[in-house]
Design a protein around this ligand. Structure first.
Ligand SMILES: [Zn+2]
Length: 118
């Protein structure tokens, strides 16, 4: 009975896809929101800010603080609005809000990381 076998295979494939969708959906659902924005400069903690509070702050690094990364926290998301670094990668990074996400400015050795204290 070849036909029946094919149908069983289809059911099996369907079940597998369904399981994958379920697992994927659960991972998205339980991806935890962070609640702190931790700024690290050259490997050392520079400052940390609550993600729930709108903040605008200039992260000053380099000699006499001539290197600037403008950090904005708004609507529970953090992003670098502008920066004086040559590549501008940090400023073009999309806003971060999930635990473990980060924006890195390599030229300034600045890391803006989302952490969860819960
Ligand atoms: Zn940068």
């Amino acid at each position: 009975m070849a036909e029946k076998k094919i149908r069983n295979d289809l059911i099996l494939v369907g079940a597998l896809i369904g399981m994958l969708l379920l697992v994927g959906g659960a991972m998205l659902l339980f991806r935890s929101e962070g609640d702190m924005v931790v700024v690290t400069v050259n490997g050392e903690t520079y400052a940390s800010y609550p993600l729930a509070k709108d903040t605008e702050v200039d992260i000053l690094t380099g000699e006499n603080g001539t290197q600037v990364n403008r950090l904005i926290i708004r609507d529970g998301k953090a992003f670098v609005e502008s920066a004086t670094c040559p590549d501008g990668i940090c400023a073009s990074h999309k806003p971060v809000s999930h635990d473990g996400e980060s924006i890195i400015c390599l030229p300034h050795k600045v890391v803006v990381a989302i952490e969860s204290t819960k």
